[in-house]
Design a protein around this ligand. Structure first.
Ligand SMILES: [Fe+2]
Length: 259
């Protein structure tokens, strides 16, 4: 098993609905390390509810967090990242330099749906593509319109998107209909990253290791290592992500005979 990388955790104290204090952020980082993590995209929301969270503010907060983690001897590397809400002015905000790409590499933007709304991201993906930027869909399992429409997921991936699932949801999918869909997405190669989406010590515990174990149960350790480490490390370090397109599972002898 490779070290786990949390590609979605609110760790920037006082900047959003994540940890209120630096001490709480450091305690959260210790929880991640205890779960087997060695790196994290340390993020804060970038949406109309937090108008002061521009890229420079998030960069400075992550730099300060990294120093505090070093002082506290917590072995977690942190990379500055914005969780960007899809809004009509997103491209204008991006062009103005106020949005922070994942690990500040200028290659991927982590996006979430506006509250209570589901939109098709393909037009945005096509607009950002000439700028060298691709989308990562945060907590993709949260949107039933997407989770229960593999073909839509495939179209978004073909448009350059990567899909992020929440570790605790993988560990405990809840309703069987969601479990079947999540399992199918992971088996078919539609999931590229996991994140805890942790906000504080109580809200959504990391469950990274439980998520890893569930992926192993569904697909084996090779796929689990790609989703929990290999592709995330490439993104955080600014290297290409060598993920194959989604595939269809081999048909069983039964379906070949009777399908
Ligand atoms: Fe989040």
């Amino acid at each position: 098993m490779l070290p786990i990388i949390d590609t979605h955790v609110h760790l920037l104290a006082g900047l959003d609905d994540g940890p209120a204090t630096a001490d709480e952020a450091i305690a959260m980082a210790r929880m991640l390390v205890a779960e087997g993590a060695n790196a994290a995209a340390a993020l804060a929301h970038q949406n109309p509810g937090y108008p002061d969270n521009d890229a420079d503010r998030l960069r400075a907060a992550t730099k300060s967090l990294a120093e505090q983690l070093q002082t506290a001897a917590v072995p977690l590397a942190v990379y500055p990242t914005g969780e960007v809400m899809l809004t009509a002015d997103l491209v204008a905000r991006f062009d103005a330099g106020t949005l922070l790409t994942v690990a500040d590499r200028g290659q991927f933007l982590l996006v979430e749906m506006p509250y209570g709304t589901f939109v098709d991201v393909v037009p945005l993906a096509e607009t950002l593509q000439p700028k060298g930027v691709r989308l990562i869909i945060a907590h993709a399992e949260r949107y039933p319109e997407l989770l229960h429409d593999d073909a839509l997921g495939e179209r978004w991936i073909a448009a350059g998107c990567l899909m992020q699932f929440t570790a605790s949801r993988i560990a405990e999918p809840g309703r069987s209909i969601n479990e079947r869909a999540m399992k199918s997405w992971i088996r078919r190669g539609l999931v590229h990253l996991i994140g805890s989406d942790g906000h504080n010590l109580d809200w959504r515990p990391p469950r990274l290791k439980d998520g890893y174990d569930r992926i192993v149960e569904w697909t084996g350790s090779a796929v689990a290592d790609r989703i929990t480490h290999i592709w995330a490390a490439a993104i955080l370090e600014g290297r290409p992500v060598n993920a194959a397109p989604p595939h269809h599972p081999p048909r069983s002898w039964f379906s070949k005979l009777f399908g």
